[in-house]
Design a protein around this ligand. Structure first.
Ligand SMILES: [Zn+2]
Ligand SMILES: [Zn+2]
Length: 303
């Protein structure tokens, strides 16, 4: 099953040096989940060859403009392009009021259902699940209410040892039961033990997205042993005071979080406009957590 994330924006606050504000596309089994929606997202999707019509789910972390100023444009374009499929939007409650005001004064009545689920930054909650993935909030510590999101693959069915099944003449019609872990009593009296003919599927992978946060202990628990952690790294450690004042993290702190939670891989992003080149941020994080990469725009990371 495909489980990958494409970076569309990695700048904090303002667009600079061809870097755009935060937006990411998560592809899970060919369903597309948009995570944050910074200004410029539509141009970014065109640039990297993604269709906005594929997006069925949108998750917004908080209401600083660099995380949602692209939303009114994106939703309006979906309307103008004749979309009728629903869009599920998960976001802080006041966003609905903001959008409704914008639509009211442009006399826009969307052709498609915009299904809004308010997200509250008080406790971590399961907010959505389907056959492929579950989505939980991660309450972060930012200047305004802010939640990250944890996407966890659903456990797959057991894998069949097909050659052995064929060799022993087990009818194909029993395969679905075997995939679900059932032992079989065949009509001829033969007993087929599931453990002899199947193996466990791979452990479910998880992607944790921590958008804007002061690095502290409060949000580590849901990140434990995640396959991939995206963590903001707005500043270098030499700017720690500034990071604390603005409720942001340094590259070093992002790497320390990755170490503490046992993440498989770390992506850092949300870079301050003061950094024209990003190598120093990568170097600082990778010295502590070697399996770190920059969340560079246009790059797709397999989770
Ligand atoms: Zn931000
Ligand atoms: Zn913010």
């Amino acid at each position: 099953m495909k489980f990958e994330v494409t970076i569309l924006g990695s700048s904090s606050a303002t667009p600079v040096y061809n870097r755009n504000p935060t937006a990411q596309l998560l592809n899970c089994n060919e369903k597309v989940y948009l995570i944050d929606c910074g200004e410029g997202i539509q141009q970014q999707m065109i640039r990297y060859g993604y269709k906005t019509s594929k997006i069925d789910y949108i998750f917004i972390s908080h209401l600083h403009g660099d995380h949602y100023f692209g939303l009114i444009g994106l939703l309006s374009s979906m309307h103008l392009n004749g979309r009728i499929k629903p869009v599920q939007l998960f976001a802080p409650a006041p966003l609905l009021e903001i959008l409704e005001l914008q639509f009211k004064h442009s006399d826009t009545i969307l052709r498609y259902p915009l299904e809004f689920t308010p997200v509250y930054a008080d406790e971590n909650r399961l907010i959505y699940e389907n056959a492929d993935v579950s989505v939980e909030t991660i309450v972060l510590n930012h200047r305004i209410p802010c939640t990250g999101y944890k996407f966890t693959e659903k456990k797959r069915l057991r894998k069949l040892l097909v050659e052995k099944l064929e060799a022993d003449g087990v009818p194909v019609s029993y395969y679905p039961l075997l995939k679900r872990g059932v032992d079989l009593d065949l009509p001829d009296g033969k007993v087929i033990l599931n453990a002899d003919y199947t193996i466990d599927s791979n452990a479910p992978k998880s992607y944790c997205y921590c958008s804007d946060t002061l690095a502290d202990d409060s949000y580590l628990e849901p990140l434990r042993n995640c396959t991939m952690l995206y963590h903001e790294a707005t500043f270098l450690q030499e700017m720690l005071d500034r990071a604390n004042q603005t409720f942001h993290s340094t590259a070093l702190q992002a790497a320390e979080v990755a170490v503490r939670v046992g993440a498989g891989k770390l992506l850092i992003g949300h870079f301050s406009s003061r950094y024209k080149t990003l190598q120093p941020l990568l170097d600082e994080a990778a010295a502590v957590f070697p399996n770190t990469e920059l969340a560079l725009e246009g790059i797709t990371f397999e989770i």
